[in-house]
Design a protein around this ligand. Sequence first.
Ligand SMILES: [Zn+2]
Ligand SMILES: [Zn+2]
Length: 144
Amino acid sequence: MQSIHELYALLKQKGFRFTAPKRELLDIFLANQDRMLSVSDVFHLLPENSGIDNATVYRNMQKFSELGVLESMVDDRGVSRYTLQEKEHHHYLICTQCGRIIRFPCTTHYWNSFAEGADFTETMHKLEVYGICASCKKAALEHS
Ligand SMILES: [Zn+2]
Ligand SMILES: [Zn+2]
């Protein structure tokens, strides 16, 4: 979890200039750290009459990603989703129904021996596991 102070300190250190829309967007990510948000999710979470349009949301999310503030992924439907970048490297369980994410630590690099065997030098890796979260499972049961 990121605190607002840490986040703002990081952005200042990177020479970032704060504007009202940027603060508004960061607040949404801070309040939704357990979800991966698409541009349209963020747009819908903005207060009405925020004056922030879709293009501004998109542009700022790209910018935040470049700065390493947001981490992005493409979901199983090909939609880009974003969440605040964590300090520690970790992996995700992602609910395909509600977009909730559950972070889990990276422990065994079981592919190391394969990479070595192929004389392959790893520069980064990602692991995303898709499925249905507990509350979506519960909701589905209640509706059946
Ligand atoms: Zn869910
Ligand atoms: Zn890992």
